[in-house]
Write a protein that binds this ligand. Structure first.
Ligand code: FAD
Ligand code: NAD
Length: 478
């Protein structure tokens, strides 16, 4: 696979968009010898997102949860081409993907097209802002490595600016008010990590911030973590209270400026109040929105016209209204939550499907060949011999073709909530098992460690945890 050969014209070209949970899990199990496989993604690495919140405070260094895609692809049996680029448009009729090199360094050619016979869309989702003014300009997201780095820098910047000589106490309070919008798992995990950072390190290194540093989590719904059981929601809210994180439920952010957010809260009497909440750091975690390339593809396919949240797929993950396009993960709508767990299982399912499709084609080809041979057979014995072979192959073909539809198997939900506590709803233990606390935290750590992409990642993450425990987190601002 070192010197990449030209595409084999006898094989179909399979283009995979993305290097996230869905795409990489497909690539892991795909027998790449069957197709000319081409991967396109603006990110030349896989990112283990469950530990991304830990990168915002330096508990884990970001490179520990990245796995270079080239490192992984070079172990595949047949060469896979990788282009670091963004798919800007998919022309479904023409069977072409237009790609654009978005990186800083560009060669003479930075935009071109990639034809496909089969296409898998695994481009994930964008951050939802619901068109709320000021979010993109002033808020920080938490989806990619660069986002986590930005947050890490901003936390330190706020702390150092807050203790600047002669800083007004009100302004200091504002700068040290860390506001997180969105009480889904991303917002909750980040708030927990941030409070840990303050409790374990920041208040020791910068004692002057002690009285003013405060974390607030803002959620529009009546409670946080809607996908967890009631008992775990209560446990999380109680833990946050003990950690002095303020949770503002039934509070919807409507506008964002550079120094405050405007939020509408609903009081117990049902009355709505609009208030200004000053902040120094604003992390925006209100879930997913469609990527433009996905939106554009949906507009080209009449069967997608009623779909809102992503590409509607059938039970084999085929994009409805197409024959040769599949979708996995956050950009697909298959009635499951947009999680890594779902994306990974969908990717693995497609790998099985494609491996079987290739086998089917091979058998069908062989059958065609045998029926010609049967006609040409010089004697009855020879004809019977071929006939037996055909029967055998037909049996095999039926077996191979028997691939059932995709079925998601939910292993449970896990989230870190700070102060060495985690919550878990686990379905593989008898019935539904809900737990929270320090023991669950160790379970969370070992589960995530075992889920890491490679041994290399596992070792790096483990060493980061040990480092943070021994020396504290690094508070230098990059
Ligand atoms: P992604 O993993 O987002 O991958 C999308 C890929 O497509 C990326 O490689 C991207 O670079 C690429 N791409 C983007 N645009 C284009 C384009 N135009 N052309 C080509 N490629 C493109 N889920 C869990 O189950 N458990 C967790 O603990 C958990 N924790 C999370 C923590 C955080 C902070 C976040 C943000 C998410 C978390 N999730 C978790 C959700 C999980 O990460 C997503 O559901 C999962 O990543 C979806 O996989 P995907 O393959 O659809 O997309
Ligand atoms: P989410 O969609 O789960 O939660 C977003 C929250 O923001 C919602 O509760 C919503 O009510 C709130 N919100 C929306 N607009 C608001 C506004 N204007 N003001 C105040 N609140 C507002 O988003 P997420 O947490 O980013 O998660 C995205 C996906 O990734 C989910 O499927 C989640 O399960 C998955 N994920 C899982 C884990 C985990 O399992 N540990 C961690 C992170 C993410």
């Amino acid at each position: 696979p070192e010197d990449q050969p030209e595409p084999d014209p006898s094989k179909k070209t399979l283009v995979i968009l993305g290097t996230g949970w869905g795409a990489v899990s497909l690539l892991k199990k795909l027998d790449t010898e069957n197709y000319n496989v081409i991967v396109v993604s603006p990110r030349n690495y896989f990112l283990f997102t469950p530990l991304l919140p830990s990168c915002t405070t330096g508990t884990i260094e970001h490179r520990s949860i990245m796995e270079p895609i080239r490192n992984f692809l070079r172990h595949k049996k047949a060469a896979v081409k990788f282009y670091e680029a963004e798919a800007t448009k998919i022309d479904y009729e023409k069977k072409v993907v237009y790609i654009n090199d978005q990186s800083e360094i560009k060669g003479d050619i930075s935009a071109t097209e990639v034809p496909f016979d089969m296409l898998v869309v695994g481009v994930g989702a964008e951050n939802a802002t619901f068109g709320i003014p000021g979010v993109r300009e002033h808020g920080l997201f938490l989806k990619e490595v660069a986002d986590a780095q930005r947050i890490r820098t901003r936390i330190m910047d706020c702390c150092e600016t807050a203790v600047f000589k002669d800083q007004d106490p009100e302004e200091r309070k504002r700068l040290l008010h860390m506001v997180v919008v969105g009480g889904g798992p991303t917002g909750v995990e980040f708030a927990g990590e941030l409070q840990d950072f303050f409790n374990n390190d920041l208040k020791k290194w910068i004692p002057d911030i002690q009285d003013s540093f405060h974390v607030t989590l803002v959620e529009a719904l009546p409670n946080v973590l809607p996908m967890f059981s009631k008992q775990l929601i209560e446990y999380t809210e109680k833990t946050f209270q003990e950690e002095t994180i303020t949770i503002r439920t039934k509070t919807m952010v409507k506008n964002v400026t550079d120094k405050y957010i405007e939020a509408e809260s609903t009081g117990p009497d049902g009355k709505k109040v609009l208030e200004k909440i000053p902040y120094g750091l604003l992390v925006w975690a209100t879930g997913n929105a469609l990527r433009p390339v996905v939106k554009d593809l949906m507009m080209q396919i009449p069967a997608q016209k009623d779909s809102r949240r992503g590409l509607a797929v059938n039970e084999y993950l085929v994009v409805k209204g197409t024959e040769n396009v599949w979708a996995v993960g956050d950009c697909a709508v298959a009635n499951y939550a947009p999680t890594a767990q779902v994306a990974a299982q969908e990717g693995a399912f497609l790998a099985r499907l494609f491996n079987q499709m290739a086998k089917t084609e091979e058998i069908e080809h062989e059958l065609k060949h045998l029926s010609v041979e049967q006609e040409k057979a010089p004697s009855k014995e020879a004809r019977d011999q071929v006939f037996t072979e055909i029967k055998e192959l037909q049996k095999r073909l039926r077996r191979v073709k028997q691939i059932g539809p995709f079925e998601y198997s939910h292993q449970g939900s896990l989230a870190y909530i700070g102060s060495e506590k985690a919550v878990a709803d686990i379905s593989w233990l008898s019935g539904n098992f809900a737990s929270g606390g320090t023991l669950t935290y160790f379970f969370w750590r070992s589960a995530y460690l075992s889920m890491c992409f490679s041994t290399r990642n596992r070792v790096l993450v483990f060493m980061d945890w040990v480092k943070a425990k021994m020396f504290g987190r690094d508070v230098s601002r990059e």
